[in-house]
Design a protein around this ligand. Structure first.
Ligand SMILES: [Zn+2]
Length: 200
């Protein structure tokens, strides 16, 4: 009985902690998708893993200027497993989790930005980030959507996974190659995070 009671108390406390943490977070865990032998989406010499890392570093710069602390799951072009990414995130307190990816499909005309979430706080965060992203980049809005991607399903933090456009779409691929566009994505994500935090 005692153990069961303690479990109930503990889960109540952790539920409270995760709600409070949503508004009071100071740290953003940034997770650039893929890396090393895992190139992600690829078209010619344009690799998703490079775009994701560059955008993540730019996001880190934006967030630091706003006074946030940041944790990167990878800092250069090496492979890191999905469970490793999750364990980096789950070691952090008062934090949110942002995974950065770029999309790929065989339908070359498909374009636009989308932000995925798994839990309820993730959904709120995703909605703020998606609307800021679309405003900053002036691109097609594919909306904030539910998905069961491993990293957002397994982190204890409010988490999102941003898909910053399609490597397989010629027009978007051309934009992605410019630092200015990758900076707009970083700025859009940072602004969305700020709006989410201020909304409490
Ligand atoms: Zn990806």
């Amino acid at each position: 009985m005692k153990t069961i009671f303690r479990l109930i108390v503990l889960s109540a406390v952790s539920a409270l902690a995760s709600t409070a943490g949503a508004a009071n977070f100071r740290t953003v865990v940034i997770d650039p998708g893929h890396g090393g032998h895992d190139n992600g989406g690829q078209w010619g010499k344009v690799y998703e893993k490079h775009l994701a890392l560059d955008t993540a570093v730019r996001l880190e710069g934006n967030l630091k200027r706003m006074g946030y602390q940041t944790v990167m799951t990878r800092r250069s072009d090496y492979f890191i497993t999905l469970p490793q990414r999750v364990s980096v995130a789950n070691r952090c307190k008062n934090a949110i989790f942002v995974s950065i990816h770029f999309n790929y499909t065989w339908k070359e005309n498909v374009s636009g930005l989308e932000t995925f979430y798994y839990n309820r706080e993730g959904q709120r965060l995703a909605q703020y980030v998606q609307s800021s992203l679309v405003r900053q980049t002036r691109t097609v809005d594919r909306n904030a959507k539910f998905a069961r991607f491993y990293v957002i399903r397994n982190t204890n933090l409010p988490g999102i996974l941003v898909e910053g456009g399609f490597v397989s779409n010629e027009r978007e691929r051309t934009r992605m190659k410019s630092a200015y566009f990758r900076e707009s994505i970083a700025r859009g994500i940072a602004e969305g995070i700020q709006r989410y935090r201020r909304a409490g």
